[in-house]
Design a protein around this ligand. Structure first.
Ligand SMILES: *Cc1c(COP(=O)(O)O)cnc(C)c1O
Length: 231
């Protein structure tokens, strides 16, 4: 994509975040824009980074590692947001700052055991299957509290909050409902685990960003609206 287009798109998304925050009485600083760069060439990330973007989300491990090697001169905060097989946890533990898609204890145990001693704890969000969709990633809402208890006890992780990808709702009036349920789930966790830094709701994509912000998102994950439609 053209450099000017990425920069302009990024500015437009930033403005939409400011507007959505104003509409729900929130401080725009309380929402972090995560640029979802799966399938995009490293050059597109470099352009976004030059325009002030720091946080990037990747779904595919091998692709992400290649881009990280090409962009190692940049101050990027790397987030892994895709499904992960348990035999691939080591590279995430070694090369990322955040992992948003933990939905079972085995993954968390391996990430903790494999996190290098010299690095800060890996920031973790538990992925919730908030619309109870068949064959979708994420822990069932009823199992989140037990999973959070167990993850919070692991030494090299920092449990930060919850992540979800709700079922698509083309009608914006219906988009808020899953986000409100996510906010309530996080509030329950805060009460159950008062000593944890549970400050994160990772939710909202290009099609439902404003509703997610209204529902309390602190990280919005935006791909298409920054980098254009994926092939
Ligand atoms: C691809 C992806 C996004 C970004 O989606 P867009 O609709 O392109 O903004 C966000 N979160 C996850 C987990 C994704 O896989």
């Amino acid at each position: 994509m053209r450099k000017e287009d990425i920069t302009e798109n990024l500015n437009r998304v930033r403005e939409r975040i400011v507007t959505a925050c104003a509409e729900s009485g929130r401080d725009p600083q309380s929402v972090t824009l995560l640029a979802v760069s799966k399938t995009r060439p490293a050059g597109d990330l470099r352009v976004a980074c030059a325009a002030g973007q720091r946080d990037f989300g990747e779904n595919y491990l091998q692709e992400a590692l290649e881009k990280q090697a090409q962009l190692s001169d940049l101050p990027i905060v790397w987030h892994f947001i895709g499904p992960l097989q348990s035999n691939k946890t080591r590279a995430v533990a070694e090369h990322f700052d955040w992992m948003h898609s933990v939905d079972r204890l085995k993954i968390a145990q391996r990430l903790s055991a494999q996190r290098p001693a010299g690095l800060a704890p890996l920031n973790i969000c538990l992925q919730v299957n908030i619309d109870a969709e068949q064959s979708k990633s994420g822990a069932p809402p009823a199992e989140v509290a037990a999973l959070a208890q167990a993850v919070a006890a692991l030494p090299n992780l920092r449990l930060r909050g919850l992540m979800a990808i709700p079922a698509p709702r083309p009608d914006p009036a219906l988009q808020c409902q899953p986000f409100e349920r996510m906010a309530a789930l996080l509030q329950d966790l805060r009460e159950q685990l008062p000593e944890q830094p549970l400050d994160t709701l990772s939710m909202g994509m290009s099609a439902d960003m404003a509703a997610a912000i209204a529902g309390g998102a602190t990280i919005v994950r935006i791909g298409t609206d920054i980098f254009g439609a994926r092939q």
